[in-house]
Design a protein around this ligand. Structure first.
Ligand SMILES: C[S@@+](CC[C@H](N)C(=O)[O-])C[C@H]1O[C@@H](n2cnc3c(N)ncnc32)[C@H](O)[C@@H]1O
Length: 202
Protein backbone atom coordinates (compact mmCIF):
# COMPACT_ATOMS: atom_id res chain seq x y z
CA UNK A 1 0.00 0.00 0.00
CA UNK A 2 1.29 3.48 -0.87
CA UNK A 3 2.14 5.45 2.27
CA UNK A 4 1.45 9.12 1.87
CA UNK A 5 0.07 11.71 4.26
CA UNK A 6 -3.74 11.49 3.95
CA UNK A 7 -3.95 15.29 4.08
CA UNK A 8 -1.76 15.55 0.98
CA UNK A 9 -3.66 12.72 -0.66
CA UNK A 10 -6.92 14.66 -0.14
CA UNK A 11 -5.36 17.73 -1.79
CA UNK A 12 -4.26 15.64 -4.78
CA UNK A 13 -7.55 13.78 -5.10
CA UNK A 14 -9.69 16.92 -5.12
CA UNK A 15 -7.43 19.71 -6.40
CA UNK A 16 -9.47 22.88 -6.27
CA UNK A 17 -12.90 21.21 -6.62
CA UNK A 18 -15.43 22.81 -4.35
CA UNK A 19 -19.02 21.96 -3.53
CA UNK A 20 -20.74 25.32 -3.77
CA UNK A 21 -22.82 24.75 -6.88
CA UNK A 22 -26.27 23.31 -6.27
CA UNK A 23 -28.93 23.15 -8.99
CA UNK A 24 -32.47 24.37 -8.43
CA UNK A 25 -33.75 20.77 -8.24
CA UNK A 26 -31.07 19.78 -5.74
CA UNK A 27 -31.87 22.81 -3.63
CA UNK A 28 -35.57 21.85 -3.63
CA UNK A 29 -34.75 18.30 -2.58
CA UNK A 30 -32.66 19.54 0.36
CA UNK A 31 -35.36 22.05 1.37
CA UNK A 32 -37.93 19.24 1.46
CA UNK A 33 -35.86 17.52 4.19
CA UNK A 34 -35.59 20.81 6.14
CA UNK A 35 -31.82 20.41 5.68
CA UNK A 36 -29.46 23.06 4.34
CA UNK A 37 -27.43 22.94 1.14
CA UNK A 38 -24.83 25.35 2.56
CA UNK A 39 -21.36 24.00 1.90
CA UNK A 40 -18.30 24.19 4.15
CA UNK A 41 -15.55 21.82 5.21
CA UNK A 42 -13.44 20.92 8.17
CA UNK A 43 -9.76 21.57 7.34
CA UNK A 44 -7.54 18.48 6.84
CA UNK A 45 -5.24 19.20 9.80
CA UNK A 46 -8.24 19.87 12.03
CA UNK A 47 -9.77 16.58 10.94
CA UNK A 48 -6.51 14.86 11.90
CA UNK A 49 -6.91 16.33 15.40
CA UNK A 50 -10.49 15.07 15.59
CA UNK A 51 -9.43 11.60 14.39
CA UNK A 52 -6.77 11.53 17.14
CA UNK A 53 -9.29 12.61 19.77
CA UNK A 54 -11.84 10.01 18.66
CA UNK A 55 -9.25 7.24 18.99
CA UNK A 56 -11.31 4.81 16.90
CA UNK A 57 -10.71 1.05 16.84
CA UNK A 58 -10.86 -1.53 14.08
CA UNK A 59 -14.47 -2.51 14.82
CA UNK A 60 -15.74 1.07 14.64
CA UNK A 61 -18.11 2.14 11.88
CA UNK A 62 -17.74 5.82 11.00
CA UNK A 63 -20.53 7.86 9.39
CA UNK A 64 -20.41 11.39 7.99
CA UNK A 65 -23.98 12.72 7.84
CA UNK A 66 -24.00 15.29 5.05
CA UNK A 67 -20.72 14.12 3.56
CA UNK A 68 -20.51 16.67 0.74
CA UNK A 69 -17.68 15.74 -1.65
CA UNK A 70 -16.54 12.98 0.69
CA UNK A 71 -13.27 14.41 1.99
CA UNK A 72 -13.94 13.54 5.63
CA UNK A 73 -14.87 9.93 4.88
CA UNK A 74 -11.82 9.47 2.65
CA UNK A 75 -9.38 11.08 5.06
CA UNK A 76 -10.72 8.89 7.88
CA UNK A 77 -10.50 5.80 5.65
CA UNK A 78 -6.93 6.67 4.62
CA UNK A 79 -5.87 7.28 8.25
CA UNK A 80 -7.58 4.48 10.18
CA UNK A 81 -8.36 0.83 9.61
CA UNK A 82 -12.02 0.60 10.62
CA UNK A 83 -14.86 -1.86 9.95
CA UNK A 84 -16.61 0.58 7.62
CA UNK A 85 -16.73 4.25 6.62
CA UNK A 86 -19.96 5.68 5.22
CA UNK A 87 -20.83 9.09 3.80
CA UNK A 88 -24.42 10.18 3.21
CA UNK A 89 -25.14 13.11 0.92
CA UNK A 90 -28.30 14.25 -0.83
CA UNK A 91 -26.84 16.65 -3.42
CA UNK A 92 -26.16 14.60 -6.59
CA UNK A 93 -23.20 16.61 -7.83
CA UNK A 94 -21.39 16.37 -4.46
CA UNK A 95 -22.18 12.66 -4.18
CA UNK A 96 -20.77 12.08 -7.68
CA UNK A 97 -17.51 13.87 -6.84
CA UNK A 98 -17.24 11.72 -3.69
CA UNK A 99 -17.69 8.50 -5.70
CA UNK A 100 -15.06 9.57 -8.24
CA UNK A 101 -12.58 10.45 -5.48
CA UNK A 102 -13.26 7.10 -3.78
CA UNK A 103 -12.55 5.24 -7.03
CA UNK A 104 -9.24 7.11 -7.45
CA UNK A 105 -8.24 6.51 -3.83
CA UNK A 106 -8.94 2.79 -4.26
CA UNK A 107 -7.05 2.63 -7.54
CA UNK A 108 -4.03 4.29 -5.93
CA UNK A 109 -4.14 1.93 -2.92
CA UNK A 110 -4.64 4.78 -0.46
CA UNK A 111 -7.36 3.28 1.76
CA UNK A 112 -6.66 1.64 5.10
CA UNK A 113 -10.37 0.93 5.59
CA UNK A 114 -11.49 -1.26 2.71
CA UNK A 115 -15.24 -1.01 3.19
CA UNK A 116 -15.99 2.60 2.18
CA UNK A 117 -19.39 3.60 0.83
CA UNK A 118 -21.04 6.81 -0.31
CA UNK A 119 -24.83 6.76 -0.24
CA UNK A 120 -26.91 9.22 -2.20
CA UNK A 121 -29.67 9.61 0.37
CA UNK A 122 -31.46 11.77 2.89
CA UNK A 123 -29.52 11.45 6.14
CA UNK A 124 -32.78 11.58 8.09
CA UNK A 125 -33.91 8.35 6.44
CA UNK A 126 -30.69 6.44 5.77
CA UNK A 127 -29.96 3.28 7.74
CA UNK A 128 -27.54 4.07 10.55
CA UNK A 129 -27.93 1.00 12.72
CA UNK A 130 -24.28 -0.15 12.63
CA UNK A 131 -22.82 3.34 13.24
CA UNK A 132 -20.50 3.65 16.24
CA UNK A 133 -18.97 7.08 15.51
CA UNK A 134 -20.99 9.76 13.73
CA UNK A 135 -19.68 13.07 12.47
CA UNK A 136 -21.83 15.90 11.20
CA UNK A 137 -20.76 19.33 10.02
CA UNK A 138 -24.11 20.59 11.26
CA UNK A 139 -23.58 24.35 11.52
CA UNK A 140 -26.19 25.26 8.91
CA UNK A 141 -28.81 22.70 9.97
CA UNK A 142 -32.03 24.17 11.41
CA UNK A 143 -33.14 23.56 15.00
CA UNK A 144 -36.03 21.39 13.76
CA UNK A 145 -33.69 19.33 11.57
CA UNK A 146 -31.23 18.80 14.45
CA UNK A 147 -33.97 17.92 16.90
CA UNK A 148 -35.28 15.24 14.55
CA UNK A 149 -31.76 13.92 13.94
CA UNK A 150 -30.78 13.79 17.62
CA UNK A 151 -33.98 11.97 18.53
CA UNK A 152 -33.19 9.43 15.81
CA UNK A 153 -29.58 8.98 16.87
CA UNK A 154 -30.73 8.54 20.48
CA UNK A 155 -32.28 5.21 19.45
CA UNK A 156 -28.86 3.78 18.50
CA UNK A 157 -26.93 1.56 20.96
CA UNK A 158 -25.51 3.02 24.16
CA UNK A 159 -21.96 4.31 23.84
CA UNK A 160 -22.03 5.48 20.24
CA UNK A 161 -20.30 8.81 19.76
CA UNK A 162 -21.45 11.91 17.93
CA UNK A 163 -19.14 14.74 16.82
CA UNK A 164 -21.21 17.80 15.93
CA UNK A 165 -20.23 21.37 15.20
CA UNK A 166 -23.59 22.52 16.50
CA UNK A 167 -24.01 22.15 20.23
CA UNK A 168 -26.99 19.90 20.97
CA UNK A 169 -29.94 21.32 22.84
CA UNK A 170 -30.26 19.89 26.30
CA UNK A 171 -31.55 16.33 26.05
CA UNK A 172 -31.77 13.23 28.29
CA UNK A 173 -29.73 10.98 25.99
CA UNK A 174 -26.32 12.40 25.06
CA UNK A 175 -23.53 13.44 27.44
CA UNK A 176 -20.67 15.68 26.38
CA UNK A 177 -17.25 13.93 26.29
CA UNK A 178 -15.06 16.64 24.82
CA UNK A 179 -15.08 20.04 23.13
CA UNK A 180 -12.32 20.64 20.58
CA UNK A 181 -11.40 23.87 18.80
CA UNK A 182 -10.96 23.07 15.13
CA UNK A 183 -10.41 25.08 11.95
CA UNK A 184 -13.18 24.90 9.37
CA UNK A 185 -13.29 26.51 5.93
CA UNK A 186 -15.31 29.52 7.11
CA UNK A 187 -13.61 30.21 10.46
CA UNK A 188 -10.76 29.28 12.76
CA UNK A 189 -11.18 27.36 16.00
CA UNK A 190 -14.85 26.45 15.73
CA UNK A 191 -16.17 24.36 18.62
CA UNK A 192 -16.54 20.66 17.83
CA UNK A 193 -18.72 18.93 20.40
CA UNK A 194 -18.08 15.23 20.98
CA UNK A 195 -20.96 13.43 22.71
CA UNK A 196 -21.52 9.90 23.96
CA UNK A 197 -24.93 8.26 23.96
CA UNK A 198 -25.30 7.59 27.68
CA UNK A 199 -29.03 6.78 27.95
CA UNK A 200 -30.56 5.54 24.69
CA UNK A 201 -34.17 6.35 23.90
CA UNK A 202 -36.26 3.18 24.15
C1 LIG B 1 -21.41 21.76 5.59
S1 LIG B 1 -21.47 20.45 4.40
C2 LIG B 1 -20.33 19.30 5.12
C3 LIG B 1 -19.37 18.60 4.17
C4 LIG B 1 -18.43 17.57 4.82
N1 LIG B 1 -19.13 16.68 5.72
C5 LIG B 1 -17.29 18.23 5.59
O1 LIG B 1 -17.41 18.41 6.82
O2 LIG B 1 -16.29 18.56 4.98
C6 LIG B 1 -23.05 19.72 4.84
C7 LIG B 1 -23.61 18.81 3.77
O3 LIG B 1 -24.85 18.26 4.22
C8 LIG B 1 -25.66 18.02 3.08
N2 LIG B 1 -27.05 17.80 3.50
C9 LIG B 1 -27.95 18.71 3.97
N3 LIG B 1 -29.14 18.14 4.24
C10 LIG B 1 -29.01 16.82 3.94
C11 LIG B 1 -29.87 15.69 4.01
N4 LIG B 1 -31.14 15.82 4.43
N5 LIG B 1 -29.40 14.49 3.65
C12 LIG B 1 -28.12 14.34 3.20
N6 LIG B 1 -27.24 15.38 3.09
C13 LIG B 1 -27.67 16.60 3.46
C14 LIG B 1 -25.44 19.27 2.24
O4 LIG B 1 -25.76 19.06 0.89
C15 LIG B 1 -23.93 19.51 2.47
O5 LIG B 1 -23.16 18.93 1.43
Amino acid sequence: MTRIDPRNAIRHLYGDRWGYEVSYDEEQRIQATQGSSTYGEIMPTALDQLIDALDMEDDDVFFDLGSGMGKVVLQVAMTCQLRRCVGIELVDSRHEVACEALASAREQGLLKTEDVVFQHADLQRAKLSDATVIYTCSTAFSDAFMEKLVRRLARLPEGIRLASLLELDENPWFEIDDVLRLDVSWRRKAKMHVYRLARPLR
